[in-house]
Design a protein around this ligand. Structure first.
Ligand code: IPE
Ligand code: IPE
Ligand code: MG
Length: 253
């Protein structure tokens, strides 16, 4: 979609959108194509969505690209996903940089090849000074890993005598979690019809609005994203308060 024809930003804009990009394999199967064809088209879709989020002034977009469980897929498919990942970073980083996008990566990156780790570090370095959209790629990411990793960091600080066990609070864990630099996700989207979290941002999704769509990821366009945002903007977020309190303008406790 051309940038000047984007629909207007919905009334209440999510600051942070997190997406499980699911359904590439089924999209390909429906067309009698091999699964990799779905992944390729799926990767292309990302470009337009990132531009739209930048255009609307969304602060962060987190995309689940590869889960810690996806290593269990056939070797060929895993290899192709890794190649696609490297190629995307190589091809897209410059353009993202020129659009003031800051790239961040969450997940256990040490499991990736040296080449891919170097590419990730380079994309991060190149865009580190940017102040526009934060594009967060979750790769070899698992929500349980994230929580355990944060707990490990706090445990080390306890062992070093910097903090005591009583300092291990939800706030401290929140500050140690992978996305601590960003606002909590306001809107979660999963394409592909499944209604599950699949070990995505378990900690961060505590109060996120969930949106599920049957649209397969390669078919998910800017209009679909906009529809999810409009749906989000019509919801009343209560954070444990009553509807009446919210209507009276009570602040989040
Ligand atoms: C999501 O699409 C992409 C990744 C998990 C990398 P899938 O490959 O899971 O597609 P389906 O769910 O098999 O259709
Ligand atoms: C979640 O999709 C992971 C990504 C989109 C990267 P999956 O396709 O792996 O999830 P399950 O296996 O259906 O739960
Ligand atoms: Mg899937």
């Amino acid at each position: 979609m051309a940038e000047d024809s984007y629909p207007p930003a919905p009334e209440r804009l999510p600051r942070h959108i997190a997406i499980i990009m699911d359904g590439n394999g089924r999209w390909a199967k429906k067309r009698f194509l091999p699964r990799p064809a779905g992944h390729k088209v799926g990767a292309e879709v990302v470009r337009g969505l990132v531009k739209a989020c930048s255009h609307w002034g969304v602060e962060a977009l987190t995309l689940f690209a590869f889960s810690s469980e996806n290593w269990k897929r056939p070797k060929d498919e895993v290899g192709l996903l890794m190649d696609l990942f490297i190629n995307m970073l190589r091809r897209e980083t410059r353009e993202l940089d020129s659009n003031n996008v800051r790239m961040r990566f969450i997940g256990a990156r040490e499991a990736f090849s040296d080449k891919l780790q170097a590419r990730i570090a380079e994309s991060e370095r190149q865009t580190a000074g940017n102040t526009g959209l934060n594009l967060v790629i979750a790769a070899n990411y698992g929500g349980r890993w994230d929580i355990a990793d944060a707990a490990k960091r706090l445990a080390k600080r306890v062992a070093d005598g910097e903090i005591t066990p009583d300092d291990v609070t939800p706030e401290a864990l929140d500050a140690a979690i992978s996305t601590s630099a960003l606002p909590e996700p306001d809107l979660f989207i999963r394409t592909g019809g499944e209604r599950r979290i699949s070990n995505f941002l378990l900690w961060q999704l505590a109060y996120t609005e969930l949106y599920f769509t049957d649209t397969l990821w390669p078919d998910f366009g800017v209009r679909d994203l906009h529809a999810a945002m409009v749906d989000f903007s019509s919801r009343q977020r209560r954070f444990g308060l009553t509807g009446e309190q919210i209507e009276k303008g009570a602040e989040r406790a």
